[in-house]
Ligand binder design. Sequence first.
Ligand SMILES: [Zn+2]
Length: 160
Amino acid sequence: MKSPGGLMLLREESERKRTMEEVKKMKWKCPKCGREFERKDQQHYCEKPQTIDEYIDQQDEKVRPRLREIRRIISEAIPEAQECISWSMPTYKKGRNLIHFAASKKHIGLYPGGEATGVFAEDLAGYNVSKGTIRLPYDKELPADLITKIARWCFEEYKK
Ligand SMILES: [Zn+2]
């Protein structure tokens, strides 16, 4: 037999369940590294990356192949440069920083400096570009030749 009080309890029970399901669906964001996980306090490698390998390993699985690809393109374009992490981004340097890249939600940001985006404005017409930033969307092939040209230009200009 259900008393009005019993019904109330039933309703509270189903609301509580719904809230729990919503909480489960919400992702947990690690306060230290900012990555999102299915489970709260998920075990993961949470240090700041010291190398480009570590940086790529910390990114979403889906975008890692793309990041490895751009890394290969840049390191083949400017083998004289050293790889490091600077400004929390994969960076190529020779005396000074030449070019950076970084993973975003929908694109890889390529950061060759403001002068470079001006010099290559015509080649970059099909891309979302702002001064010093080139956005290479994940759903478009990486323009290997153009990235190579830009990286070479950065090396020749900035090494001086
Ligand atoms: Zn973390």
